[in-house]
Design a protein around this ligand. Sequence first.
Ligand SMILES: NC(=O)c1ccc[n+]([C@@H]2O[C@H](COP(=O)([O-])OP(=O)(O)OC[C@H]3O[C@@H](n4cnc5c(N)ncnc54)[C@H](O)[C@@H]3O)[C@@H](O)[C@H]2O)c1
Length: 341
Amino acid sequence: METKSLLKLGIVGCQGIGAHMARLAAANPNILLAACCDVSEANARRLAQALDVQQIYLDYDILLAEASLDAIYIATPHFLHDDMIRKAVRYDLPVLCEKPITESATSAVALVESLKGNTVKVGINYQRRYDPALDALIRVVRQGYLGAFRYARINVPWEREWDYFSSSAWHTSIAKAGGGTLITQASHYLDIVLQALLPDSVAEGFGVTDRLKFQGRIEVEDFSMGILRTTAGRYIELCSSMAAHPQQPVRIEIYGEDGTAIFDDSREGIEWLGVQPPEATAFSVAVDAMAASLEAFRAWVCEGIPYKIPIASALPVLLCIDGLYRSSVNGQFEDIRYPLV
Ligand SMILES: NC(=O)c1ccc[n+]([C@@H]2O[C@H](COP(=O)([O-])OP(=O)(O)OC[C@H]3O[C@@H](n4cnc5c(N)ncnc54)[C@H](O)[C@@H]3O)[C@@H](O)[C@H]2O)c1
């Protein structure tokens, strides 16, 4: 990789995806992994030792006050994102925060509103926007090669075992996670479809949620089905699960008046039916979306090259999911509008 401006990065949350991202940061010659921060000393030390990171912090406030960083990456439980982003912005410190923005649409709207006009860069890591196939899907649909958008179907038939919850108990809690499979897993793929159908946007949604596998053990849903209707009267059908056995590939199907696009994450690229967009083969699949998202964030901070998911761009998917959750309680279509309040 070509050497560019160096980003001094701190990692906040050193387990799960934080540890994975730290390894990608360490492999990026344009990033210096300077600090590991976690309330769990074991998690912080394990990661710092593995990657030869010099500074360890067990308190986020002290990291902000003392570590001399160019940016931070936040990979903590959802309910901590709001406060952590606000604090970093007060230090003028650019942030790449894991999805979702926060655990609730209401707090996310308030956060995005409060950051309007602020120049500190805050990005949300919906890294699949940097997957070359999904990036091509978004651009091809938006450029109209499928003809007018009619409807889309998203299926996320994943399988999780109990250790997913026992190793990170916050995942079981509505207050801490905001929800289950919809907010945590389906949101990546719904975000892609919402980008593809722009400038149309979702107006209302009907959803059901349930616990099909972990009944009595978790507050959040492990299964959900939803229908979203756009302002132009088009439809998105969404099914997301942690209860499929065995786990199956994620599929996104987009149906236009002239053709169909199918993404299946067990296959390379996109299958185009009825149309052959000119750029359909013009992307390489040999790109790790997570590494690409991190490098794009670095380029945003260091070189001013726009990042695809500034915080406001991550709001529509959270608003849709919030609408589906409200609908699952009320049993009727719920409005999905921006802003909520
Ligand atoms: N982009 C992706 O593909 C992807 C994949 C998995 C998880 N995630 C997201 O990453 C985030 C973290 O998820 P995870 O599964 O890695 O969680 P996790 O529970 O495995 O790790 C969270 C870490 O945060 C630490 N932590 C908790 N409170 C803290 C505090 N106040 N200060 C510092 N550290 C603290 C915990 O000790 C733990 O080490 C979530 O937002 C999740 O949705 C994203």
